[in-house]
Structures are given as structure tokens and as C-alpha cells.
Design a binder for this molecule. Structure first.
Ligand SMILES: NCCCC(=O)O
Length: 812
């Protein structure tokens, strides 16, 4: 019988680099009774054939922090464990072959500096000097990261496993997890079998690190882990003299990366049309997939031009191995929403080695403390929607996600595959009027409207895109007339029961002991008063509330409430699809509503922050007087069956009121002028609600709510950082987010969001500025610049919204 304990604090399923890293880091947290089960041999799924590139720069600050951590850990792992990891800091170069790509990588370089990553923008000549074998035809620029590196993937995993064993973990090969014992939302035991027998390990936690088996292991554990294996191709040449000192090279415009590999050259591809693969055979172990030369040939042809030495060096290995890809190209980490003790670290989209160290560290800290150590929203498994586990969806989407790694990452880039799964009740009406759709969490959303004769499609660029003027017109229509846009994708969660009021007062920072019909803008806080959710809560009755959340966080927010329900007698239900929502916004919105409804929309009956049941057209709806664009306006909630009719009634009446159909991009440009925060960018679980400038939404004298102590503490001790709104003084440059903020010439932070303020006439952003020990006004006594692609652009700064600072327009 396998030598396994009957009980462990945690059972980790999967012995690739991720499982080994989780075991390593849990033991570092002092967890000794850690068991890792690997069905075959450690690393035998994907890890063994990974390329082992170790980059530090990722798309957000925290993802960069994790990648940097991996790089630093791998630099010390050999000394700690005695296992040679092959890690070397050889640096990396990414080259641009187009002006668009140059803008992308130079913007990334500016961002890297804000995130503390050493980086140099280099000219084609400097690229050539650092990589003499490269044919620099068409190269228009490059970036060099001297501390990037590479390592031996299998040995990094084995070193992590050894480190875990040295601190008491049991790491067992050839033992398969076959089932679980469940008690409600918890798993109490993992069943296993090996060639000698079977058994059960009682446990407090389970971690799914099963890599490309993650979805199926997730099903066994009762959790949704959307990922799909795809074929990843590379070749390795015969040995070539003098490669040892070369940096890693990425030529994303040719879908290619190059690295020295034991004296040979490895060329790998991220092609735009990938090949999903499966089902995975039961006996898969250190296996590879059949060659597909036709598929790889275009990459190879370009590569031979780019690196002529490849033509001389014969190909030693043509490799095709499976790697797992997720629907949004970000990996899955964290506590699965469906269960209270099932954790996930899987779906690493071909960046498993560079991510493993940081992901293992973050997950171990999260498991140990019971709360996220910092914002992990980019990868938190709770961002996934239930439908995204659908196999057909995953097969379709993964054809695209592999190639997205090296695609141009233009602002507002939309996925082209697996679209149309979630449509609002207004979908066909919007398309009929020229809507150009984007996708979020599966929802098709009108992002902007094409004009008559204009092709309703994105033309991507880092400069003004083809919709810039469309969005400007939509924006100005909302500022001066009336606009209508579809908000149906926003999550709607009904909280009801005898304890609904008490529960809401505990889980949220606002005051929910309010009259029926009142709307409360509020946050759910964690114990550090960081913001877990940014929601609008409407009291529907004495015992029922409607919580409206961003589309992407409905599941996370509902899960947060479920997990804090305790003994409160409430039922929490997702009712998102039951109602369509049309936002009618702008100074003429009242006139338009009055034209289609007999109800009274004046301040006397329906003041700002209240909802009323209304008749509209020939139907019924609920009018919520709130705004995310900073104007007089209403959100009209209408049951799905009557939604089409209400759209038609409003649209027809709107012709006499200059109604403009608008999209989500307009919502973003308007909200940034008004300084409204965007969850996930401006406000996250690591941003204190007071520092985010949202202290006004917290009822501090409530006796008991999550985060209360941390709110009172901050009130007493003062802010260390505060949210500032910026507007570039030059109307030309554009801001997207992550651009560095310079205060009196010093780098102090970066923009958490950015968009164009069409009414104020310039690009605008929000960002945190350190202010410890300063008076509020001191922050504004400085001069500010924003680094846009290496150029410092002067910016005005404000603590109050630059647009309508006293909110007079919303309350008229
Ligand atoms: N597994 C290949 C990683 C590709 C990259 O880091 O660019």
C-alpha cells in the first residue's frame, strides 16, 4: 500500500511546477501536513516540455510583482535545495516590426518602470549589438529587460518539490486522486488509488493543480475550472557554437520566441489559429503530439529569414506538446466559488514556469491567512462565468487565446471567437441601429454605434481609433441632450428574507436601514477596509434588496455575500437575466421619460437615489434614479418579456427629443470625467475605502460591519495615499491605464484607469498618489506629469471631480 497519511491539512492534486510550488510555499507558511498526489511522475504533463522563459513584466502591477518574485526565487532555489535549476539571468529582448507594436512595447517599458522592473528602450542598432545573429530588417525598435531569464522547467519543479519535502510535505508519485468525500460546501476527504490499493485522506483543504486535467479534476471536486489543452509547437536545432550568452528573443509580430537550449536554439510559436487538443489519454506521461509541419511552416519560414543561422543548423527536434489555455488568457488562482475549501492553481497559458513561483506564494499566503494577500482580480477563479466551463465554448475560444499571447494588445481589443453566448433582451434592436459589440464575461455589449454608411467594426490602433468621433458624439449627447444605453449585463442579485436588513448592514459599508425605494451606493469591505465589491443596493421591500454589481464580478460578489451569510436568515439569488436595463441619461432624460410614462419623475416624487415602479409604453418597469455618467438620468429595469417593447417605446419617443443611442465606451469616457471609480482598476481589495475617496459611502457609526475597525483606524491615523484625478494639458495624447505618474519630477505611481474626457477636452486618468503626513491640499500643491510612452506630459490634478464637482447636474 502507498505510504500515505490518513489525514492531512491539505491535499494538492497534480505534480507539475504549479503543484510543487504550492506545496513548497505552504510548507514555507509553516504547514507541515501537506500531501501532493501525482498520478504519474512529477512534471510528466506539461512542465517537462515547457520552454522555461522567465520574464518579469506582466500586464498589471501585481502580476508583475508575482513574476518578479518567481525570478528572484529561482535565483536562490539551487542554493537552497541543491537541485540544479539551470536558471540564468540572460536578459530578454522584444523587437517591434511595426510602429503599432513599437508603441505597445514602449508603453510597456514606461509601465515597467512604474512597476519597478529594470528596462531599456533600444534602437534597431542597439538590438543588433545585443543580438548579432538577428536580421534587423523591418525592426523599428526594441525593449531590453536585463534581469529576465530562463531555466530548466523540470528541475525548477523538482527543486520546489525537494524544498517542500525538506519541510515535511509528502510528495507521492503514481497515486491518482479518484474521488472525494463531501459535506455540503466542503470536501472532507480525497480518495486515491495506486497499483497496490486505494484509500482516503481526510483533509481540510484541496488544491487543484492538475494542469490540462484541471477542468475534469474540477468536475470531480464540484468546481468550474474553464481551460482547454492546445498544441504548442517548437523546434530545437542541432548544436550551434556560441549561443550561451544570448538573451531570450521575442518577435511577436512573427509569432516567435527564441532561446538558447543546451547549446541549441529553440524556436517556439504562438500562432493566431491554434489547435485545441483532446481528450487526453489516460496513460499520458511525458508524451508528445504528432508533428504538423504545415501548421508550423509559416512561422519557420519567417524565422529562417529573421535568424539566418537557423537555415544552416539542421533541426534536431520538432516538438508538439499540450499546454492549457483559459478563456481570457489569464491563469486561475484562488478559492473556487462553488466550494469553501477547494482551491485552484491551473490554466497557465504557456507561462507556467515564470508564473509558478509567484502564484504558489500568493495562493499559500491566501490559504494561510484566509484572505487574499493583495489584489489578485486578474487571475481570481471567481471571475469565470459558469458557462465558460462548457467544452464547446472552450474548444472555440482556445483557438484564439494561444495566439493572443503575441498578438498586438491594442486598447479595446475584442475577442473574435466563441461570441454571442449571452445576449441581452435588446441585442437585436441594438444591432439593427449599428451597435458595434464587445464582449465581457460572455455578454455581448454595445460598445459604440456606427453611423450610417460606416462599417460597424473596430479598426484597432494605439492612436485615435475609428470610433473616437462616434464616442465623442455619444458623450456630448449625454452631456447636453439625452442618450440611451443598455446596462442589462450588470449583475443583479436579490437578497431577501427576514434578516435581509441586518445582513446588508453587516456585509456592506452603507446604511441600508432606509425606506423602501431608497438606493444606496456602497462597497463591501474586507477586514482591512479594502474594497471587495462596488455595488448599488436598492431596497425593494421591507425584506428584499437588489444588489447591482459590475458584469464581471457578479459571481465573486454573490460568493462574498454567501460566505458571510453565517446565521443570517436570507436567500441570495442571481436574477441578472430576468430584467433588461436601459439607462436614459442626460439633461433631457426627464422629458423623454415623461413622454412615455404617466408617472412623476420630479424631485418631489423621485429624487436622486430613489426608485419607483412605473408604467412605460404599454408595459411596467422600475425607474432607478442613479447615474454612472454624472448626469440627470434613470436606469429603467424591465422584465425580459417586456424589454423589447420598452426599447421601442423609448426609441420612438426619443426621436422628438434628440435621443442618441450610446455604448459602453461612452459610459467609460463620461465616468472618468466625473471621477467615478471603476472596480478592478481604481478600486480593489487592497485599496482602502477612505484612500479611494469613498469614505462618504461608509456609515461609520454603524455598530458592526465588515471592515469597521480598519475604517475607524484610518480615520484616526490619516491617509497614506489618495486617489487623484488627472487631465493632460495637451489634448492630443491618449491614456489607457498604467501610465506612470510623476510628482514634481519623481515617479510616485501609475494611472489605475484612463480614457478621453470629450467634454473637458483631453485624456484623463485616475491614480493613487502617496500623501502620508500631508494635508489634503498639499497633494495639489505639486506639479504633475504623466509619462506617455516615454514622453512626460503635463497634467492638471484634482481631488474633486473636474466635471460638475458639486454634482449639481445629477440632482436637477
Ligand atoms: N512558454 C513560452 C513562453 C513565452 C513567453 O514568455 O513569451
Amino acid at each position: 500500500m502507498a505510504d500515505l497519511p490518513n489525514k492531512a491539512r491539505v491535499v494538492i492534486i497534480g505534480g507539475g511546477v504549479i503543484g510543487c510550488s504550492v506545496a513548497y510555499h505552504l510548507t514555507k507558511q509553516g504547514w507541515s501536513d501537506v500531501v501532493l498526489l501525482e498520478r504519474k511522475q512529477l512534471t510528466s504533463g506539461t512542465t517537462w516540455h515547457a520552454a522555461g522563459l522567465i520574464a518579469q513584466l506582466r500586464a498589471t502591477q501585481n502580476m508583475t510583482k508575482l513574476a518578479k518574485y518567481s525570478q528572484e526565487l529561482y535565483g536562490t532555489l539551487e542554493d537552497e535545495t541543491g537541485v540544479a535549476t539551470g536558471f540564468k539571468r540572460c536578459g530578454s529582448i522584444t523587437v517591434a516590426l511595426t510602429e503599432e507594436r513599437r508603441e505597445e512595447i514602449y508603453r510597456q517599458a514606461a509601465m515597467a518602470r512604474a512597476f519597478g522592473v529594470e528596462v531599456e528602450e533600444i534602437s534597431p542598432a542597439e538590438v543588433q549589438a545585443k543580438y548579432e545573429h538577428l536580421n534587423t530588417d523591418c525592426v523599428v525598435g526594441g525593449v531590453y529587460l536585463p534581469l529576465d531569464g530562463q531555466g530548466d522547467p523540470a528541475n525548477i519543479a523538482l527543486a520546489l518539490a525537494k524544498g517542500a519535502r525538506q519541510r515535511g510535505a509528502v510528495v507521492k508519485e503514481r497515486v491518482k486522486a479518484t474521488g472525494v468525500v463531501k459535506d455540503g460546501r466542503r470536501i472532507t476527504g480525497v480518495q486515491w488509488e495506486d497499483e497496490t490499493g486505494q484509500g482516503t485522506i481526510a483533509c481540510d483543504h484541496v488544491v487543484n493543480c492538475a494542469g490540462m486535467w484541471g477542468r475534469e479534476v474540477g468536475q470531480m471536486l464540484g468546481v468550474n475550472v474553464p481551460l482547454q489543452a492546445c498544441e504548442h509547437f517548437y523546434i530545437v536545432t542541432e548544436a550551434i557554437e556560441g549561443l550561451q550568452q544570448l538573451p531570450v528573443l521575442r518577435v511577436p509580430d512573427e509569432c516567435a520566441y527564441y532561446k538558447e537550449d543546451a547549446g541549441k536554439m529553440l524556436l517556439g510559436a504562438f500562432e493566431p489559429n491554434a489547435k485545441p487538443w483532446g481528450p487526453i489519454p489516460e496513460d499520458f506521461e511525458f508524451d508528445q503530439l504528432p508533428e504538423d509541419f504545415d501548421h508550423f511552416e509559416p512561422i519557420l519560414e519567417a524565422a529562417v529569414e529573421r535568424l539566418p543561422m537557423l537555415a544552416e543548423a539542421g533541426i534536431h527536434t520538432f516538438f508538439n506538446g499540450p499546454e492549457s489555455f483559459t478563456p481570457d488568457d489569464a491563469y486561475h488562482l484562488g478559492l473556487a466559488p462553488e466550494m469553501d475549501n477547494v482551491w485552484v492553481a491551473a490554466g497557465f497559458n504557456s507561462i507556467g514556469i515564470q508564473s509558478a513561483g509567484g502564484a504558489g506564494m500568493a495562493l499559500a499566503q491566501w490559504m494561510d491567512a484566509g484572505e487574499k494577500p493583495f489584489d489578485l482580480g486578474d487571475v481570481d477563479i471567481s471571475r469565470m462565468q459558469p458557462f465558460q466551463g462548457n467544452k464547446h465554448f472552450l474548444m472555440e475560444r482556445s483557438k484564439e487565446t494561444l495566439g493572443l499571447l503575441y498578438a498586438d494588445h491594442f486598447p479595446y481589443l475584442q475577442k473574435r471567437t466563441a461570441r454571442g453566448v449571452r445576449r441581452t433582451p435588446f441585442h437585436h434592436h441594438l444591432i439593427q441601429h449599428g451597435a458595434v459589440m464587445g464582449e465581457l464575461s460572455g455578454w455581448e455589449r454595445a460598445n459604440w454605434f456606427a453611423r450610417n454608411g460606416q462599417t460597424p467594426e473596430y479598426e484597432y490602433s494605439w492612436k485615435r481609433q475609428n470610433f473616437f468621433d462616434n464616442v465623442r458624439d455619444e458623450h456630448l449627447a449625454v452631456r447636453s441632450g439625452v442618450g440611451m444605453y443598455d446596462m442589462s449585463s450588470f449583475g443583479k442579485i436579490r437578497v431577501e428574507g427576514p434578516d435581509a436588513e441586518a445582513f446588508m448592514n453587516y456585509v456592506g459599508g452603507g446604511d441600508y436601514s432606509c425606506p423602501v425605494g431608497k438606493i444606496v451606493y456602497t462597497q463591501f469591505l474586507n477586514n482591512r477596509a479594502g474594497i471587495e465589491a462596488d455595488v448599488t443596493v436598492t431596497r425593494l421591500s421591507e425584506v428584499a434588496y437588489l444588489v447591482v454589481t459590475p458584469a464581471a464580478t457578479r459571481l465573486a460578489d454573490q460568493t462574498w455575500m454567501e460566505r458571510h451569510k453565517g446565521e443570517f436568515n436570507v436567500v441570495i439569488t442571481d436574477v441578472t437575466a430576468g430584467e433588461g436595463v436601459l439607462a436614459i441619461m442626460g439633461p433631457k432624460s426627464r422629458d423623454l421619460l415623461q413622454a412615455v410614462s404617466p408617472n412623476d419623475f420630479t424631485n418631489a416624487v423621485n429624487p436622486f437615489g430613489t426608485a419607483q415602479e412605473i408604467e412605460i409604453g404599454m408595459g411596467l418597469a422600475r425607474a432607478h434614479r442613479v447615474t454612472y455618467v454624472g448626469e440627470l438620468g434613470w436606469e429603467i429595469y424591465v422584465s425580459a418579456d417586456q424589454a423589447g417593447h420598452v426599447f421601442e417605446a423609448l426609441h420612438e419617443a426619443g426621436q422628438d427629443h434628440g435621443l442618441t443611442l450610446c455604448g459602453m465606451h461612452m459610459m467609460d469616457t463620461c465616468r472618468i470625467e466625473k471621477g467615478f471609480r471603476h472596480f478592478g482598476h481604481d478600486i480593489t481589495c487592497e485599496d482602502h475605502v477612505m484612500e479611494a475617496g469613498l469614505g462618504f459611502a461608509v456609515k461609520k457609526d454603524k455598530p458592526d460591519f465588515i471592515g469597521r475597525e480598519a475604517v475607524l483606524d484610518k480615520q484616526e491615523k490619516g491617509l497614506e495615499t489618495r486617489m487623484v484625478q488627472f487631465k493632460l494639458t495637451d489634448p492630443e495624447p491618449l491614456l489607457y491605464h498604467n501610465e506612470p505618474i510623476l510628482r514634481d519630477g519623481e515617479l510616485v505611481g501609475y494611472l489605475s484607469s484612463g480614457a478621453y474626457g470629450h467634454a473637458l477636452g483631453g485624456a484623463m486618468g485616475l491614480g493613487y498618489v502617496p500623501c502620508k503626513g500631508e494635508k489634503p491640499g498639499d497633494v495639489l500643491a505639486s506639479t504633475y506629469e504623466i509619462d506617455v510612452m516615454g514622453t512626460r506630459v503635463k497634467a492638471e490634478a484634482s481631488l474633486k471631480p473636474m466635471y460638475d464637482p458639486k454634482s449639481e447636474r445629477v440632482k436637477v
